[in-house]
Ligand binder design. Structure first.
Ligand code: NAD
Length: 271
């Protein structure tokens, strides 16, 4: 499994992870267990997903040493003013004594508390209870302000990113500032994107599924990607993307699919 180095000394993140948004609490343990058995070593949850307990149970029971599994959770929007307590509550639900990555889930500019939240998260990092810290759904404006007003540059920004919404400006900004780009909804949530004829052509050419073509594109761009599935065959399929390489022309063909179209909310207004 390929890993990328975070700007935090010595911490590496497996480039392909397993996302559990919309996995019901009573299914999370089974899904994460399936993923860990398939070979995933990176799980992406959040307080807002209400499945941290199941994720934690699976991680603790997996028979994989804790230090070999990368666990991310996130601070929810209403908790920016109580980040440390909310973090402790997440840890307790996970049943772990640290997480590998703790993210501010959304900036919520109208609430204007993300700088305050980040200062508390810097303390959590210094205490060693989060091995790395970062943000999600931050824009150039919110990231710039955060970097100007606090000590630690976020190690990663987890944003909506797939072939229909390629986020070129954010990727360039991250690269210029030593921040990794992590793609949420990396498969564009499945349906429409994976039926796109352009992916069909590449699927034929490489003998891989459209989902595998898209995930391979993320890896070659340097993104961290966290596809979600609860179907065991798809969980395995989504990890089986290290045995082929898209050539430059085909990377460009996927590049040409950009439609500037979000599926999810706009971070400037989402609260
Ligand atoms: P995704 O792009 O991973 O798509 C998941 C859906 O695609 C599945 O429900 C299934 O319908 C389909 N699918 C998955 N594998 C497939 C395959 N091999 N073949 C065909 N169809 C397949 O979408 P997502 O769940 O929205 O995003 C992934 C993860 O990103 C989430 O679980 C979560 O961890 C994270 N996320 C974060 C935020 C955020 O605000 N930070 C927002 C959304 C998602």
């Amino acid at each position: 499994m390929n890993s990328l180095m975070l700007n935090t000394d010595g911490v590496q993140i497996p480039q392909l992870g397993f996302g559990v948004w919309q996995v019901p609490a009573d299914e999370a343990e089974r899904a994460v267990t399936t993923a860990l058995r398939a070979g995933y070593r990176h799980i992406d949850t959040a307080a807002a997903y209400e499945n941290e307990e199941g994720v934690g149970r699976a991680v603790r029971a997996a028979g994989v040493p804790r230090e070999k599994v990368f666990v991310t959770t996130k601070l929810w929007n209403g908790d920016h003013g109580r980040a440390e307590q909310a973090f402790d509550e997440s840890l307790a639900r996970l049943g772990l004594d640290y997480v590998d990555l703790f993210l501010i889930h959304w900036p919520v500019p109208e609430q204007d508390k993300y700088v305050q939240a980040w200062r508390a998260i810097e303390k959590i990092y210094r205490d060693g209870r989060a091995k790395a810290i970062g943000v999600s759904n931050f824009t150039v404006a919110t990231l710039t302000r955060l970097m100007n007003e606090t000590d630690i540059t976020p190690s990663i920004n987890q944003i909506e990113l797939h072939p229909y919404f390629q986020q070129r400006e954010m990727r360039a900004f991250h690269e210029a500032n030593g921040i990794l780009t992590e793609a949420w909804s990396p498969l564009g949530q499945g349906k429409g994107l994976l039926a796109d004829p352009a992916l069909g052509v590449l699927s034929e050419k490489y003998g891989r599924t459209p989902a595998q073509i898209v995930l391979r594109w993320h890896l070659q761009l340097g993104n961290v990607a966290i596809p979600k599935s609860v179907t065991p065959a798809r969980i395995e399929e989504n990890l089986d993307v290290f045995g082929f390489i898209l050539d430059a022309e085909d990377m460009a063909a996927i590049g040409a699919m950009n439609a500037g179209r979000r599926i999810g909310p706009d971070p400037d207004s989402f609260n």
